[in-house]
Design a protein around this ligand. Structure first.
Ligand code: ATP
Ligand code: MG
Length: 379
């Protein structure tokens, strides 16, 4: 099969210098090598890509021989990370072959067969993510109609959606994410399959979903992603204890404003908001006899967090921050001026205060005065 080849000269300033270095070095060593996936999609749309993925005919061992500061990572997919600083690396993947080893229910368990560029394309998820770029020729290589689908803004699966979702259910949440990110539509086949297969997400390890959750909600369009997940019945497989609420809406709108203006965001805030109603409900159910408010709050919080981590992993720092935000609500609602001045200096104050303000603007309008008190006190 011959691909569509299109010469395009991308603005070199938009391409990461280190990624360019890696591609050129691998090419010089005599291997086939391309920029691939999200970065090409984003460059074609005129966005600045977040990260640059590289695909090559060199095996992970061959890549590590070329680059001193590199290491092989991953078990399901072996990849090479080439380190440029303590926090920055470029990821290089060897072309994957068509066959995958799946368990009884169709989920990929091992996937380390190396292949050619042509085979690699068909292992990718959506046509818009299946574009390769040959830097030396300034050429986009398209085997799957991705260029056209980008133009007409449609997310199409490479292959049969039902099978590809079975192979890797995380692709369902990726479909929603890219639909929103690219302001595109989903192909009717994808929409139909997601509605039928949403439940397969229950089989995904919580650690993998944690990474995905961050990508889903730490962007300017998180509210649309959230609505999409609800609409397709996916949210309950990520947050079974979460139901629609104006508090969540207000928070996601706020998150996108923060991102737009370059403020920091933390997943702790997100989890605290998503689980707040469940935490409150559990608190109210608990037997109050002989127990202090604090003890009950801790018990309810721990139960809710434990249940959540059966679906999505929460690192310890994250769950402890979520608890801090919750515990501080009571203090913010009930404290005298002397205590208040202390509280302001607590390192968690800011998050807890933001949480209170958003509550007052959505589910708890009676807290408006309290929220204003804290706003004034900080001035
Ligand atoms: P972004 O970086 O904006 O989140 P991306 O498309 O680069 O989007 P990555 O998760 O960085 O997403 O993946 C890079 C590429 O790897 C994708 O473009 C796609 O070709 C391929 N890919 C990633 N995850 C999967 C998957 N679950 N199934 C098949 N292909 C995938
Ligand atoms: Mg990427």
């Amino acid at each position: 099969m011959n691909p569509v080849r299109q010469t395009i000269h991308f603005d070199k300033n938009l391409i990461d210098k280190d990624a360019l270095k890696v591609v050129n070095t691998i090419a010089k060593a005599g291997f086939e090598v391309y920029l691939v996936g999200g970065c090409i999609r984003d460059l074609l749309l005129g966005y600045k890509p977040k990260d640059f993925d590289i695909a090559t005919s060199a095996t992970p061992e061959q890549v590590t021989k070329i680059f001193k500061r590199s290491r092989i990572i991953g078990r399901r997919f072996r990849l090479v990370h080439i380190m440029f600083s303590a926090r920055k690396y470029i990821e290089v993947a060897t072309f994957r072959a068509g066959k995958v080893q799946t368990s009884g229910n169709g989920v990929i368990i091992r996937d380390n067969y190396y292949g050619t560029l042509y085979e690699d394309v068909f292992r990718r998820d959506f046509s818009v993510n299946g574009l390769y770029y040959d830097i030396t020729k300034s050429e986009v290589i398209d085997y799957v109609g991705g260029l056209e689908d980008l133009k007409s803004s449609v997310i199409k699966m490479i292959g049969n959606p039902t099978e590809r979702f079975e192979e890797d259910p995380v692709r369902m949440i990726r479909a929603i994410r890219f639909k929103v990110k690219l302001n595109a539509s989903l192909s009717p086949e994808i929409s139909k399959s997601i509605s039928k297969q949403a439940h397969l997400l229950a089989n995904i390890p919580p650690a993998r979903l944690y990474e995905e959750i961050i990508k889903l909600f730490h962007n300017e369009k998180s509210i649309e992603v959230y609505k999409g997940l609800l609409k397709f019945g996916l949210l309950k497989f990520l947050f079974s204890q979460t139901h629609e609420s104006s508090f969540i809406d207000a928070t996601l709108i706020n998150t996108s404003k923060r991102i737009q203006s370059g403020n920091s965001v933390t997943p702790a805030f997100l989890f605290a908001v998503f689980l707040w109603a469940a935490q409150n409900k559990r608190y109210n159910e608990l037997n109050k006899k002989n127990k202090s408010h604090i003890d009950l709050m801790i018990k309810a919080s721990e139960e809710i967090i434990k249940r959540q981590t059966q679906q999505v992993m929460m690192p310890r720092w994250l769950s402890s921050r979520v608890k801090d935000i919750w515990m501080m609500q009571y203090q913010l609602e009930n404290c005298n001026l002397k205590k208040a001045k202390e509280l302001i200096n607590n390192p968690r104050f800011r998050m807890a205060y933001d949480f209170l303000v958003l509550r007052s603007q959505s589910i708890d309008p009676d807290l408006k005065e309290k929220a204003e008190f804290w706003t004034t006190l900080q001035k």
